[in-house]
Design a protein around this ligand. Sequence first.
Ligand code: SAH
Length: 241
Amino acid sequence: MIDNVPRLFIDGLYQLGLQLDEQQLQQLVRYHHELLVWNTRFNLTAIRDVEEVWLKHFLDSLTVLQAYDVPNVDLLDIGTGAGFPGLALKIVRQRWHVTLVEATAKKVTFLRHVIEVLQLQNVAVLHARAEEVAHQQEYRAAFDLVTARAVASLATLLEYGAPFCRSGARMIFPKKGNVTEELAEGKRAAAYIRASLVADVPVTLAGLADGRRLLVWQQNIPCPSRFPRSGAVMAKKPLAM
Ligand code: SAH
């Protein structure tokens, strides 16, 4: 099984201190296979190269564990796309309860297919927009950890994410490149939604050493009920202004 898995991925797991069993590796291999197959029919992800999927999707998703790793978690992944980072984390942390929110129907169909073939338990897929789900009581302040990768600017992600957070919960947003201005806006937005930046963790794994980092926020008290605003209002008037 390990023959199908690139060396840089295995090295990355080692650097992250992660040990996957045979079943977990098999699940990743199958997930990888399904992603490449579905990608020829639907445009699920721009990353199609065999090794790049292992590094830039799977390993990159697992770097979240550098910043947060506890045995039992209610995780929400916003704009999960083809399942990153949420579904990759679920495979590696099978006791976690994971909810994936995705607005695009074909991606939701793919996610449900992968969950079924991998026989994963305690993972739900919501075909919805985060800013709408956030006002449903069932999901409000119901999570310990919220993630979102490559979905929106930090200020928007904080407004999407905070309403889902229990007090003390974390939001982790992976980012790449120069985010100085975006981070300043994020900090201003965080004051409105009652969160604060608690860590800025550099990702330095071989194969991913291109200026990646994890911005980790803590929800200090419950997010005020008027957030998130509608998508239209958010677009017109970002919180950080
Ligand atoms: N997180 C994945 C996908 C990134 S692409 C990855 O890193 O590979 C961004 C995804 O977010 C798209 O699939 C898009 O449909 C979804 N998305 C954007 N805004 C959203 C929202 N408000 N609610 C739910 N999904 C959203």
